[in-house]
Design a protein around this ligand. Structure first.
Ligand code: UT7
Length: 332
């Protein structure tokens, strides 16, 4: 077996300037700041309002920052993976468009569709490709323009989502840092509980699908809530046990940011303190594949070389995953 591990060696991010706060939302639908803060824990989310811009533009800005921070030449990038459910076009892939816009001439670009678990699925894939020895500098960019599939007349879903992107550079290392262990999976029985009903080959767009508002996120909130809490905590506890990580030895849990009550419940079940959980949901909402890298971006200065991190996510499909990662560098 090879000793090569895959380590995150830099982070870049971007969120649009426009802030949609609970005050403005309560003018669109029958809701209130109090309800949203109590039930979800989101104060505001960012929305991409610029004419003619899409998910790839968010990703491009995040990657530009990453390349600058890590002093990387775009032509050195040999792998570009974009987990997203809000691709610019049905085809070609958003990674394809991002690569072209940035001049990543030597990258092998493709998207993956795993909804809120997209970053975890992408990190598994990228790390295996790096460990295999064929790729040396990979970019994984979680990017979403959730506002393009959010129904701003449905109070049950519109407070939840926001737009944003964040990217990580992944490189091989011989040190004891990087991706150490992983658990990934899915439960297809959840497909019916969280999806977008039309726009695919099953129900191509028609006047009827548009009139029926079928081009937006649909979810059975309570079913998703319960499954998210139990699955994220079960697999995170399993990964702690099999790597002999006691709660006090975990530096940080970095959970997918869908609902503060879900995050708190997962932390409690894992037996860790609130100070061990990285949370930025109040400022960005649920940006689907971008939540975990946006947390890494926001809290990068807190992270130290050798920190034990668990990244965990749950989303449509039902997809899920937890990754045990040892952070690879100290803050500047
Ligand atoms: O990333 C994975 C994707 N999604 C998730 O992880 C989300 C998982 N689910 C959730 O976060 C929660 O289920 C929601 C935030 C979506 C909903 O919270 P809940 O505590 O499960 O509320 P509920 O759907 O049971 O609704 C409770 C009440 C209902 O009123 P009645 O029937 O009791 O009179 C709703 O109509 O709250 C009402 N309600 C609202 N009231 C004010 C629902 N949305 C709103 C709202 N403002 N925005």
């Amino acid at each position: 077996m090879s000793n090569v591990r895959a380590a995150i060696t830099g982070v870049g991010g971007y969120v649009p300037d426009y802030i949609l706060d609970n005050q403005e939302l309560s003018q669109l639908v029958d809701t209130s700041d109090e309800w949203i803060m109590q039930r979800i824990g989101i104060k505001e989310r960012r929305i991409l309002k610029e004419e003619g811009k899409a998910t790839s533009d968010l990703a491009v800005r995040a990657i530009k920052e990453l390349l600058e921070k890590t002093n990387t030449d775009p032509e050195e990038i040999d792998l570009l993976i974009c987990p997203t459910i809000t691709s610019d076009l049905v085809f070609p892939s958003t990674a394809n468009i991002i690569g072209y816009k940035l001049g990543l001439k030597n990258a092998f670009p493709f998207d993956i569709s795993a909804a809120c678990s997209g970053f975890i699925y992408g990190l598994e894939l990228a790390s295996r490709m790096i460990e295999g020895g064929s790729y040396k500098k990979a970019i994984l960019v979680g990017a979403e323009m959730m506002s393009s599939i959010t129904n701003y007349s449905d109070r049950a879903t519109c407070p939840l989502f926001g737009d944003g992107a964040a990217a990580v550079l992944i490189e091989p290392t011989a040190e004891e840092v990087g991706v150490m262990d992983r658990i990934l999976g899915y439960d297809g029985a959840g497909i019916v509980s969280l999806n977008m009903k039309a726009g695919g080959s099953l129900r191509p767009p028609t006047h009827e699908t548009i009139d029926n508002q079928e081009h937006y996120v649909y979810q059975d909130g309570q079913v998703v809530f319960k499954a998210a809490v139990s699955k994220m905590s079960d697999i995170s506890i399993e990964i702690m046990n099999r790597n002999n990580i006691k709660p006090e030895n975990l530096s940080y849990l970095i959970p997918h940011q869908a609902n503060l009550r879900i995050i708190d419940a997962v932390g409690r079940r894992m037996g860790i303190n609130k100070s061990q959980v990285l949370i930025n949901i109040e400022r960005y909402g649920n940006t689907t594949a971008a939540t975990i890298p946006l947390c890494l971006w926001d809290f990068e200065k807190k992270l130290k070389k050798g920190d034990n991190l668990i990244l965990t996510a749950f989303g449509a499909g039902f997809t899920y995953g937890s990754i045990f990662l040892k952070w690879a560098y100290d803050p500047e």
